[in-house]
Structures are given as C-alpha cells and as structure tokens.
Design a protein around this ligand. Structure first.
Ligand code: SF4
Ligand code: SF4
Length: 279
C-alpha cells in the first residue's frame, strides 16, 4: 500500500507523521519527496547504500552552424534563450527541457546536453528502506527527481510512505501520482485550516481516498477539525501538543522507537489507514 503524507505548508508535522508511520510497520519503504528540504534522514539516520545523480537535458549550440536566425529564441516560452550580437546565450537554470528549440533550428545547430540538478540516495534504517531525493540549490524544479523516486518505489503490496513536499504545486501532484491513500496533516489554527483546504482540493482533483491527522492539538477551538466536519472528512487521529514529543523531535529521535505511547498511537493509525485504504 502506498501512503502519501501531505500538508499545505512546512512545519505541520508531515515528516514526523511519515517517518513514524514507516517505522511502526513491520517492514516499510520511506520515500522523501520533499526534495528542496529533505529531512527524514535526520530522524532515520539511514546507512546509505547507493547514490545516483539526476540530470535533465539542456540545449547546446554549435556556433559554427548557427546563423542567428532567432527561430529558437522566439520559440522558447521560458526565455531561456537570447541572441546577443549574433551569439546565442542559453540560460540553463530556466530551461524546461522541452526540446522545442532543437526541433525548430533549421541549421541543426542545437543538440542535447545532460546537466545534473540533484541526486537520489537509497539506504536502510533498521527495517525501513529509504529513498531520498535532493535538488541542488538554485534549481527551478524538483519534478524530474520526484518522478525518478516514484518510479523506483516497490510494488504496492509493501507499505510505502511518501513524504510529499509542502503545498499543492506540481511537485506535490507528482508525489501523490501513485498513492493509494493520502494522509493530510493539519495544525489546529485558522491558517492550518486554510492550508488543509488547499491540499484537500488537490486530493479531490486526483480522486484519492483521504484521512486527516490533526497535529499539535490544544484545548479550545480547532478550525481544522471544524473544516473536516463541514466537509465530512475522516479524522484519523488527533495528536496533542506534547513537550515530551517536541523534545524527542528536536533531538532527532524517532518517536515510535523511543516511546511506547507513540508506538501505540502510530500502530493504531497505520491499522486505520490500511482498513480505510481497503474500502
Ligand atoms: S529546451 Fe525548451 S525550454 Fe529549453 S531552451 Fe529549448 S525551447 Fe527553451
Ligand atoms: S534556430 Fe538555430 S540557427 Fe537559428 S538562432 Fe537558433 S541555434 Fe541559431
């Protein structure tokens, strides 16, 4: 079963939920798709067994063939090409690798060149296999790295937990592509409810079954819980704000490995998700 864990913004406890779900399973795969800021490894501390470079192609020009006709410049919708005194300039960082300029060049002056944008690492942390992606600083899109991570996931009879990037942009869409079930993590504030609404809409567009984990709950109003009630969304569990947990997290411990209480909470949560996913 493939479980994607999402939240509308960073800092809601998405990685906390993902890591602990993976660690409470008998055997699981944890996939860190938060490629701009992967931090599941800070808790899991996996032994890295394999590292692979991830690249995209960009155009390369042979100036001996280029006649400065501008056709490629006019074609590129991303302003990744410019002509300066008959010299073709290529801005690799904003190129989206569509390949159009290469096809359009009447002189065949453009060819493909590979450029590294990041890497993925495979590892092992006790019974959890890990796959983690990292986008180099300054790069525009982590989608190619996430695509690779999703393609590397094992068949869906194993418990696989995908730690998605925060928000609801294309990197999140790519991360939930193969998910059987989505867990939305939300904080008990108005802002938290607004972020929850954002990811809820996204999962509905993809017609994914969902449940919500209400995290850092305090006494009093919980706008995220109210949103779930209004929209008839299943609340899987409520995790109270807890100083002991904050301490475990800040020291890089996996809560289910360090605390019987959290082992029980996440054991029940995983059981519920598996039951919900089967319906
Ligand atoms: S490959 Fe596409 S995005 Fe990149 S420079 Fe060529 S036309 Fe522009
Ligand atoms: S389309 Fe080809 S020939 Fe024309 S400016 Fe671009 S690279 Fe040069």
């Amino acid at each position: 079963m493939r479980i994607a864990v999402l939240s509308g913004k960073g800092g809601t406890g998405k990685t906390f939920v993902s890591v602990n779900l993976a660690c409470v399973a008998d055997e699981a795969v944890y996939v860190d798709c938060d490629v701009e800021e992967p931090n599941g490894h800070l808790f899991l501390k996996p032994e890295i067994t394999k590292k692979e470079s991830i690249g995209v192609f960009v155009p390369e020009v042979d100036m001996s063939k280029c006649t400065a006709c501008r056709k490629c410049v006019d074609f590129c919708q991303y302003n990744a090409l410019a002509l300066l005194k008959d010299n073709l300039l290529i801005f690799n960082e904003v190129c989206h690798s569509c390949g159009g300029c290469i096809l359009f060049c009447p002189e065949h002056a453009l060819t493909k060149k590979e450029r590294e944008i990041g890497y993925i690492e495979a590892g092992k942390s006790k019974k959890v296999s890990t796959l983690s992606g990292c986008l180099h600083m300054g790069e525009v899109s982590g989608v190619p790295i996430i695509k690779k991570l999703i393609d590397k996931m094992p068949p869906n009879d194993a418990i696989t937990v995908v730690d998605c990037p925060p928000g609801s942009a294309c990197v999140v869409m790519e991360s939930i592509r193969e998910a059987d079930y989505c867990v939305l993590v939300a904080e008990p504030t108005l802002f938290g409810a607004h972020n929850l609404a954002m990811v809820y809409e996204l999962t509905q567009l993809f017609r994914k079954p969902i449940g919500v984990v209400l995290n850092k709950c305090l006494k009093g109003d919980n706008p995220s819980q109210a949103f779930c009630k209004e929209n008839q969304i299943k609340v899987l569990t409520k995790i109270p704000y807890d100083e002991e947990l904050a301490k475990l997290n800040s020291e890089g411990f996996v809560a289910v490995r360090a605390s019987e209480k959290y082992h029980e909470i996440f054991f029940e949560l995983l059981k519920q998700i598996e039951q919900e996913g089967l319906q």
